[in-house]
Design a protein around this ligand. Sequence first.
Ligand SMILES: C[S@@+](CC[C@H](N)C(=O)[O-])C[C@H]1O[C@@H](n2cnc3c(N)ncnc32)[C@H](O)[C@@H]1O
Ligand code: SF4
Length: 450
Amino acid sequence: MKTEILAKYAARPLPRYTSYPTAAQFTPEVGPDLYAWHLQALPEHQPVSLYVHIPFCDTLCWFCGCHTKVTQRYKPVSEYLERLKREIDLVAAQVGPRTVRHLHWGGGSPTILTPEDIIDLEQHLFRRFSRTEDSEFAVEIDPRRLGRETVLALAQAGVNRVSIGVQDIDPQVQQAVNRLQPLSDTVQAMHWLADSGITQVNIDLMYGLPHQTVDSVAATAQTIAGLNPSRLSVFGYAHVPWMKRHMRQIETASLPDTEERWRQAEAISAVLRSSGYVAVGLDHFARPDDPLAHAMLTGHMRRNFQGYTVDAAEALIGLGASAIGSLPRLYAQNATPIDRYSAAIDAGHFAAARGVLLSDDDLLRRAIIERLMCDLSVDVATVCHQFNAGPDRFLPAFDALRPLADDGIVHLDAWRVTVPREYRALLRLAAVAFDAHTVQTETPRHARAV
Ligand SMILES: C[S@@+](CC[C@H](N)C(=O)[O-])C[C@H]1O[C@@H](n2cnc3c(N)ncnc32)[C@H](O)[C@@H]1O
Ligand code: SF4
């Protein structure tokens, strides 16, 4: 990418569009009662997806942007699990018996649970919900201090996909972000998983971290590709110390600048593509035989709070502190502080604390933005037709895209908008043109575009 283009666009703060409207638009108007109403309104027998949040870790990585809390004791985890089970009961009572298409445990680090608690939570869930042969059960894994018994418990619980946090294998980088993770931990985890029949593995890598260089991230990507995960997520470090105080531990002077970040992302991409992976969406890679690659080719890929997915369920129910649910007309997020979440559940009601109702206009814009984020291309008139709307309302969006088209970042062809693959890192610049809520400012509310 040309230096001028980077200088012009890359530092702009933009949402990641894992939802539309984005979490920045959530307000306290969505509370337990409204959430309960929308849960009850789900069409009967429609399958759902579930996201379970485990907001605990053994240690804190300085780069971490997730909702998590460090604990050395297990008591807070056990107490939290009791609330989680009660929340599952509340949801089950509201939506009735349903099939779960996708179950995702994320965090924080779900592998902080004891093997007994993994089985206990899984059994609790599947006493109230059912699953089918092809249901997906995915869990995020921190390979540090992972025990073999934990992996066996995951397999016994029916987990068939995992995501392993690696980020970078260079000891100097690991030191600077407070995440010491010898490569042997990751290799051991992969072996245990394969031995217990869990072969669908995603690995998270990051660029833009302190002391990373183009050569060092390429070396990490090469080594990790050698472990042959089925997918990789490659995240640019979002440095938001005004939101996450612990990020102040990372010296700003040690962070790569915009051009260097771009070159790092490109270097990782080149290594992964030459290792046989295909680029998927904004920041993912997949083996060509992986369902995500297939979904991308057939235009069936979806985007949700966990990133890119093949999950087509209309309702994603969030469970646990800070978890976000996506219902047909509502996004609802549970209270983030664990004590506030627990107090709500103890009082016998839902913990929804903020969210947003979706208007007809939001649904249409959401569909356009989702196709762009997944396919890097969208025919606005076709999507409008599906919603019985005329495309003319998007003329201002096309006006806003024209300068990007002049710079070659988007191609405009009648009502079709396409972002060339080489500019996929700038995809969100095209998406924001269809966003009626996000006011574009230089104030850093979101992470930067690159
Ligand atoms: C919940 S963690 C994954 C599971 C486990 N806790 C671990 O770290 O191994 C989610 C992932 O988000 C990514 N991540 C966390 N903070 C980030 C940030 N500030 N910017 C970009 N990516 C971030 C990391 O790649 C991390 O693996
Ligand atoms: S990156 Fe993962 S392990 Fe590190 S603090 Fe965040 S959630 Fe915990």
